[in-house]
Design a protein around this ligand. Structure first.
Ligand code: FE2
Length: 232
């Protein structure tokens, strides 16, 4: 099992920035610079029901995600950092105590956009051939990867995220705290699960494990994860 806890941020050069990914199967390209707008959901607000209800999605997307967009634009007003891409902004503020608010807000904007893409209606199942082969190579089996993701998502203490990432040429599962993102350690995210309570509490209350199992089995977008393997 490959699992790493990311409790320490590491500043990474903006020069190593890579492009992320967006609508299903299409390259994910985050907004180049401020002012930012709320990216559209890749499906209807009730499309993930009953695993994630329309009510949860409505609050999560319409209040939380939108709030990060609005707050980031407010924080970047008249800032020289407003010219940076979102990925550059995240990397350049990571680990800087004076810019923790900016980092948290920018990373949460990015993380949520990526989270929506990491799920799809009638998702779950098994990844395609290329990703399946790499999972077998690096984890031993799909079941071992699934167990690693479940463990990362359910053992993250407090708010945070579980991720499937590419670290160099190797697939790994990592977890991050609060807004942190593996890109601050130069790992490339392929898939994420939001384990902040706002992601599941209306539907599952304290039963985070039930939420994680349902997402893994019924919503995970393996096609999106596979598409990230080949993106720049
Ligand atoms: Fe969230």
């Amino acid at each position: 099992m490959q699992r790493t806890s990311l409790s320490r941020r590491q500043f990474m050069s903006a020069g190593t920035a890579w492009a992320g990914a967006s609508l299903l199967g299409a390259p994910f390209v985050a907004r180049a610079a401020s002012p930012y707008t709320l990216p559209p959901l890749p499906y209807a607000q009730n499309a993930l029901d009953p695993v994630i209800s329309a009510q949860t999605l409505g609050f999560h997307y319409g209040k939380h995600h939108k709030g990060y967009v609005d707050n980031l634009n407010r924080l970047l007003a008249d800032s020289p950092l407003s010219d940076l891409s979102l990925e550059q902004l995240i990397r350049s503020t990571a680990g800087d105590a004076d810019k923790i608010g900016l980092f948290n807000t920018a990373a949460q904007l990015w993380n949520h956009t990526f989270y929506w893409q990491s799920m799809r209606p009638q998702g779950g199942g098994q990844p395609g051939q290329e990703l399946a082969h790499r999972i077998e190579r690096d984890f031993g089996s799909f079941d071992a990867l699934r167990k690693a993701l479940f463990t990362a998502a359910t053992t993250q203490f407090g708010s945070g995220w579980a991720w499937l990432v590419l670290d160099g040429d190797q697939l790994k599962v990592v977890k991050t705290t609060n807004a942190d993102n593996p890109m601050t350690r130069n790992m490339k995210p392929l898939l994420t699960i939001d384990v902040w309570e706002h992601a599941y509490y209306l539907d599952y209350q304290n039963r985070r494990a039930d939420y994680v199992n349902a997402v893994l089995d019924k919503l995970t977008n393996w096609e999106f994860a596979a598409s990230q393997l080949g993106s720049a």
